[in-house]
Design a protein around this ligand. Sequence first.
Ligand SMILES: [Ca+2]
Length: 154
Amino acid sequence: MPISDFRKKKLLYVFNVFFEQYKKTYESMIQIWDGLRQRADANKDGQVSVEEWASMWNEYAKNPENALEWQTQYLRFMFDLEDASGDGSIDVDEFISVCSCYGLEPSECKEAFQKMSCGKKEVNYEQFVALWKQFFTSENPSDPGNFIFGKTKF
Ligand SMILES: [Ca+2]
């Protein structure tokens, strides 16, 4: 069956949307991974072990203001992912839809959102930055920053 102009236009539209989005996401992930590997892969075996990962975040916790470039990119990446609408803040529906993709129950994600936002409707970038630091540095299980990935218990 020949492809009509109408179908060509539809396919072209999806092509652009799919590959633009995919390329953007892929390039950020590659940059993040490269940065991570350079810093975390202490024994240079091309892999990042749990110990290497943990000790790198322990370094970060000593001075979060001085985060590595890839850590800042990772933070931005996660915020942009959770702010699905791109309006500059994360609301509960966006949060649930993104975090439940990692296999969490929507009810847990909802609870996590309420805890991280301290009952507010939205979390903006500035607030997210503070919560992010808390996630990687806090030893207190009830700090709001612990809930930024949708999980309520560790
Ligand atoms: Ca949003």
